[in-house]
Ligand binder design. Structure first.
Ligand code: AMP
Length: 431
């Protein structure tokens, strides 16, 4: 038997109903905040991620699915391509490539699969889905303002509430500007020098190449050492400090709760100032539902104009996992309103006509109709209707067709009536 590749999975019904519910709700929320959808390719040139995410990050150094294109055309040959491990870099690339600032567009969202070669476990997959949003634009459009950060965080709180996630925690930090980070990195290097020998191999490497990344370490034995290291807050300059204070002031004013986490630096190199995660208790070790932050220098790092930005990526798999603790997928699946049961030879065509009339009826906006088959005996049709949870069964037999009135049975109560064709829609679709 051929199975799906390691770390990938099939999303099956009824769970897909929950995924669709999440995506529909999320789209409604984005619409209310004037965000517009963008769809970028699922693979990009490798260089985009090397530059946009950072060579030193775990994502780029260990986790990307990369291949060399073998196309026939000279221009394709030898080009290194990568399945996108995240989508901020892709969206910023598109923003630059299409000069989206000229069209006055600056709030984008996208929903789609991402790929990372990680060790699979609950809540961690090699193909997973993210809901991304980015606010990016020229400084003149206010895109560097702390008001944008606060609005993004308030949007997220609303989005999680609307989807039905309860008990989330917003963890907030500021990672400062590149100059603050340079000073902080130096202080970390000094603080790590005497202790790094006792830490994991990854941390030993990070201590040399990029000490900030030590905070990404998940090795339990290293945590007591990490606890003693200096924190970024001691190194923020005046403007970064003021920016951070204003983000918190607005959050307080709108009533979005948060906790400050000075160890939160996040895995990507391009973050500046605000960094955040939303966590949820029910997820176990992989407890981050989403993460994000500000990336004021990214557009320039990718060859674009100065365009401060802030964004987030929700792990949709984890969002759905959290949701499953309180809501069953069954509860959002729409069951058939009516199961149409043709009874006997030649009845399929009459049943098909009735189904078409009902499905196209002006009252039929949300209706679900299932069509049986004339080869089924009545008992089998009843069993099928029952199994799929249909509300009504509609019998289409020779006598019914002759009378142009049909037996309609309400399955839960067992009540059965004969309804003329012209009244069927009223009867089934209105109730
Ligand atoms: P990141 O892009 O690493 O900041 O991740 C943003 C969010 O995506 C995380 O908070 C997770 O919810 C989700 N995520 C990241 N990696 C994975 C993965 N391998 N499997 C499932 N979800 C993931």
């Amino acid at each position: 038997m051929i199975k799906s590749p390691r770390g990938t999975r099939d999303l099956l019904p009824p769970d897909t109903a929950l995924w669709n519910f999440v995506e529909a709700t999320v789209r409604d929320v984005f619409r209310a905040y004037n965000f517009h959808e963008i769809r970028t390719p699922i693979f990009e040139s490798t260089e985009l991620f090397a530059r946009g995410v950072g060579e030193e990050t775990d994502i780029v150094s260990k986790e990307m699915f990369t291949w060399e294109d073998r196309g026939r055309a000279e221009s394709d040959k030898g080009q290194s391509l990568t399945l996108r491990p995240e989508n901020t870099a892709g969206i910023v690339r598109a923003y630059i490539e299409h000069k989206l600032w000229e069209r006055g567009l600056n709030k984008f969202f996208s929903i789609g699969p991402m790929f990372r070669r990680e060790r699979p476990q609950k809540g961690r997959y090699r193909q997973f889905y993210q809901i991304d949003a980015e606010v990016i634009g020229p400084a003149a459009a206010g895109s560097q303002s702390p008001a944008r950060d606060a609005e993004i965080l308030e949007l997220l709180a609303t989005l999680l509430d609307r989807v039905g996630i309860t008990g989330w925690t917003l963890e907030l930090n500021s990672v400062g500007c590149p100059e603050d980070r340079a000073k902080f990195n130096e202080a970390l290097r000094l603080a790590l020098a005497p202790v790094v020998g006792k830490m994991c191999a990854d941390c030993q490497r990070r201590a040399v190449t990029n000490p900030l990344r030590v905070f990404d370490c998940k090795v339990p034995e290293d945590q007591p050492i990490i606890e003693t290291l200096p924190t970024i807050s001691q190194f923020l300059d005046e403007s970064c400090r003021a920016h951070y204070e204003e983000v918190k002031n607005i959050l307080n004013a709108v009533g979005v709760p948060y906790v400050e986490n000075q160890r939160l630096v996040r895995g990507l190199d391009y973050y500046t100032r605000t960094a955040f995660e939303f966590t949820h208790g029910g997820l176990g070790a992989q407890n981050a539902i989403l993460g994000g932050g500000r990336y004021d220098g990214l557009s320039e790092a990718l060859g674009g104009p100065a365009a401060p930005g802030i964004g987030f990526a929700i792990g949709e798999d984890r969002l759905v996992l959290s949701l499953m603790e309180t809501a069953s997928a069954e509860s959002v699946v729409r069951k058939p309103d009516v199961y149409i049961a043709p009874l006997g030879a030649g009845m399929n065509r009459h049943a098909a006509r009735l189904a078409r009339e009902l499905r196209r009826h002006e009252l039929a906006a949300n209706v679900v109709i299932e069509l049986g088959d004339e080869a089924f005996r009545l008992k089998k049709s009843f069993e099928a209707a029952d199994k799929m949870g249909a509300r009504y069964i509609l019998i289409v037999g020779e006598n019914e067709v002759a009378a142009d009135a049909f037996a309609l049975k309400h399955l839960a109560s067992g009540e059965q009536v004969t309804v003329p064709r012209g009244e069927l829609a009223q009867r089934i679709l209105r109730t």
